[in-house]
Structures are given as structure tokens and as C-alpha cells.
Design a protein around this ligand. Sequence first.
Ligand code: XIL
Length: 417
Amino acid sequence: MRRSLCFVVVSLALAMISRAQNQPSLKDAYQSCFMVGAALNPAQFTGRDQAEDAIIKAQFKTITPENVLKWAIVHPKPDGYDFALADKYVEFGAQNRMFVIGHNLVWHSQVPKWVFEDANGKPLSRDALLQRMHEHISKVVGRYRGRIKGWDVVNEALNDDGTLRQSPWLKIIGEDYIEKAFRFAHEADPDAQLYYNDYSLENEAKRKGAIELVKKLKEKGVPITGVGLQDHVSLDSPTTDQIDTTINAFNQLGVKVMITELDVDVLPWPGSNPTADVSMHAAADPKLNPYPNGLPDAVQQALSRRYADLFGTYAKHCGVVTRVTFWGVTDKDSWKNDWPVKGRTNYPLLFDRNAQPKPAFDAAIQAAAKRASQSPAGSIGGRARRLSYTGFNVAASENATARIAATFLIQNSRTES
Ligand code: XIL
């Protein structure tokens, strides 16, 4: 009995894995355009979750650690680092030849209180906090020098109105904490790409603040490579026009643009304005959790359309947008099930709770084909490259879109430059 149960479990796992391997892949569909990736938790990068492991290897070219490189986890005590999980994460990326991202170095959240206090619990002086920041960045970035290729150096430093957030970093050090963080990171790994990462940059006031910030940094010669648009979005906000404008605005400043934390919230928003501010929390209420047993067809379709539009917009900026990273792999473990309301059933990603691709997955793949058919050279971004068919059909083979899609499924792997 136990044996046959074991057999069934193993067979099911193998079937899921082979299915994952036979699916068309996001990383191939967008290979000539940008890298596609996902944020991972420990069950995923240690292979504990086999179905997800198969999806990650088949679908993604780049990974981000959902939590394990945040200060509270990697540096929980003044003289105590804990690199156990971070080392495994980086090793997983290396083994699978992925572009490994570090997230994040300086943030107001998931940072222990002691960081801002002296031994007597009194606020640290500017110099002492700068020294602490320097030590942390040197140690963490230095440990993974050459292996972590890009770092979210400063995360969420702006308020919604575009002014600087009154974080302990700002209050104690002053405005130049941002520039210092970038300089320290560059010193620890001169070859790493360095990013400013934030949410709601599609909203005009916050975008203006970010543009000013990036301009100032560039004028001062601060080594910033790119801006991360988190894109924790809903079904209708921000609009793809807003996203388009935002990508153009940062491109004009001469920085790369990345979509760093993509997911689409399909549940009612419990406040007035959608945000990704992690300090927001709302009480559980059945009205806020309308689909505990499955997503109605109409919403499933709306989600697919939204993903098609998003990927269409990102692909329009081929080469300017250099990476699109999902915040999670399957709906089962998305942070959106517990934030901003605990215990909801959300459906924000392209793979469902059983690790199966959703209609939105096909929509995201097909958006590549559509974009390719619209671009002059028949490839996304119109870049001429040596092309060869990798063997998956986006749609029926008679379909012109599928034929065009086949022309840009290139095999030579691309690393972000
Ligand atoms: C989230 C993680 O997904 C959660 O597991 C954690 O409890 C809180 O942080 N913006 C960011 C990410 O930059 O680090 C956040 O990740 C989501 C919002």
C-alpha cells in the first residue's frame, strides 16, 4: 500500500515536471527582448517544492530572493550575519546559469531596530549609521562579488507625493544616504549593476520625485545603472499608458528600466488608492475575499487580458526594459494572499495553486508573438539576430502569428549587458 502510494506520488511529480518542461517558455519567448524571472523563497531554491523547481528551471532566466537577503534575515544581530539561506539562493542561480539579483541593501522595512540605535538604545549618530551601512554593504555585496549581478541598492525611498520618505535612514544620515549606499555597493563590487527600486512610479507625482532623484545621482556621478518599477498592479491600475510613459521617462535619463516585482491583484482593494506600501494592513472581511474556491471565468479572462497588455507594453520597450521579474512563482505562495489583508485567496501570477499554467500564461506568451508580428524586422524590438526555431508552437502552425513567433525564438542565450 505504502509502496503504491509512493509510486503514485513520484509519478505525479514526474508528470508535472515533464509537463513543465514541455510548455513553451517565457524566457524563450522574450529572449531577444528582456530576461524573464521570478522572486524565490527557500522552498523553491532548495528544490523542496519540486513542481515549482521545474517551473523555475523551465521558465526563468533570472531570480530575485523574496526575503533571504533582506537585512533582518542576513544580518539579524549587530555582530551576527547569517548567510545560510542566501548562500543556497546564490548557488541555485549559479547552477542554473541564471542572472542572480540581490534584494535589497537599504530599505525602511525588514530592518532590525538595533541598526538605528547605539548600545544604550539611543539613536545612532550620522557617522555611526553611515559606518554601519558601509560595513553591511561591504560584507554582503563583497561576499557575492561577481556572482550577484545586480542589486536593488535602495528600496522605496520616496513618498507618494515624490518627496523623500522620512525613514530612519533619512532622519539620521540625511539625503545623501542614497548616494552613499550606491557608492558603497560599487566599491564592494565594481561590476555589479545597481538599481533604485520603488512602487507606484507610474503616478505622476512620485515619478517626478524619482526622476529628480535619478537626475541628481547621475549629475553627481553616482554609479546607478537602472530603475526598478515594482509593478504590483491591479486589473486596471496603473494603465498601460502610464507604464509606457514611465518607461520612456527613465529611458530618457539614460538608465535601464526593469520590472522587478510583477503581480496582478484581482481582489477588492481595501483602501482608497492602490499601493504596495508594506506598512498598510486591513482587517479580514469575507467581502474582501470573494473567490476562496476558484476564480470566476470572467475574472480569469480579465487577468489574461491584463497580462497580454502588460507584456505588450514591456515588449514595446525591448532593450530599454531589460528584465521582467514576477514576485513569486505560483498563486499558492504569493505574498498577495496575506497582504494587505491576511488569509485571502488571490490569483496574481501565471501559475495556479497546482503549479499549472493559467490562461494568463498563454496570453503572456502570445503577447510576444503579437509584438513580433507588429515590429518591422519580424522580431520583438526589430533587432536582427540569427534565429532558429526551438520547437514550440505559440498557436496553430497555420497561424501567421505563430510562424512569426517561431522566427524570434532564438537559442543563443542572452545575458543582461
Ligand atoms: C514582501 C515579501 O514578499 C513578503 O514575504 C514579506 O513578508 C514582505 O515583503 N516591495 C518589496 C518586496 O520591495 O521586498 C516586498 O516583499 C513586497 C513589496
